[in-house]
Design a protein around this ligand. Structure first.
Ligand code: URA
Length: 228
């Protein structure tokens, strides 16, 4: 693939901008500046450098972000900054979107990708992808709360009862909850329906992926689809 075309596919701007980026000497491969935009390069496994930053070639972008509190997942954020502002411009230009949503005050593991089919697969209730939430409650956590969440609660506008697939007490005011659906404000509404209140919410796992302990809030890293 021609280098400028490759840069275009990875979100580095319009074709002409990518040609200009190469011609300016901003792009290097294996330590060598490649200033010919039409140079043929093999994208498979390629890591190229643009203005001092390394980029792996990816047909689809897939990243894991440690979402901080105070950012919105929606495309047109209203009250806070948008989560996409935490990613570099090439990822935003590629049309990366969150896989499901976390509330503005929820922290933790958020996947983002430009692969629409993957978003569908990971968010479809049919696929039962488990999500693990660490919940801090206003009132003490008792076994009755856990039992109610596991047995199922009624939520407004939901025709059927909604159950947690896992719930365990982790402290006097904390519990770990596993859900396989992704309904609007689901944890907060379920805990409220079971007579307590969520004061803090953090997603620690999504499917088989754990939030890496060394990934600080607001930071992201590339994911390989095989890690999912
Ligand atoms: N459930 C909620 O209530 N909020 C979230 O952000 C995620 C799950």
């Amino acid at each position: 693939m021609q280098l400028a075309r490759l840069l275009f596919s990875q979100g580095f701007g319009a074709r002409r901008e990518c040609e200009g980026l190469c011609a300016s000497g901003a792009v290097s491969i294996a330590g060598q500046v490649v200033d010919n935009p039409f140079e043929e390069v093999d994208p498979a496994g390629l890591v190229f450098r643009v203005n001092g930053m390394d980029w792996p070639f990816r047909e689809h972008a897939l990243v894991l972000l440690n979402k901080p509190a105070g950012v919105e997942c929606s495309r047109s954020p209203k009250h806070h900054a948008g989560v996409l502002a935490l990613l570099p411009a090439p990822l935003r230009r590629r049309g990366v979107q969150p896989v499901g949503r976390l509330d503005a005050d929820t922290t933790g593991l958020l996947l983002l990708t430009d692969d629409g089919a993957l978003i569908h697969r990971l968010t479809s209730p049919k696929h039962h992808v488990p999500k693990v939430y660490e919940v801090t409650t206003k009132h003490p956590v008792e076994q009755t709360l856990v039992d109610r969440l596991l047995a199922g609660v009624m939520l407004d506008d939901e025709p059927l009862i909604v159950r947690a697939t896992g719930a365990e007490i982790t402290g006097t005011h904390t519990l770990r909850l596993v859900l396989t659906e992704g309904k609007y404000h689901q944890v907060k509404r379920m805990v409220a329906a079971a007579s307590n209140r969520v004061e803090g919410l953090h997603r620690s796992a999504f499917g088989s992926l754990q939030l890496p302990a060394d990934l600080a809030p607001g930071h992201w890293r590339w994911l390989d689809p095989s890690e999912l």
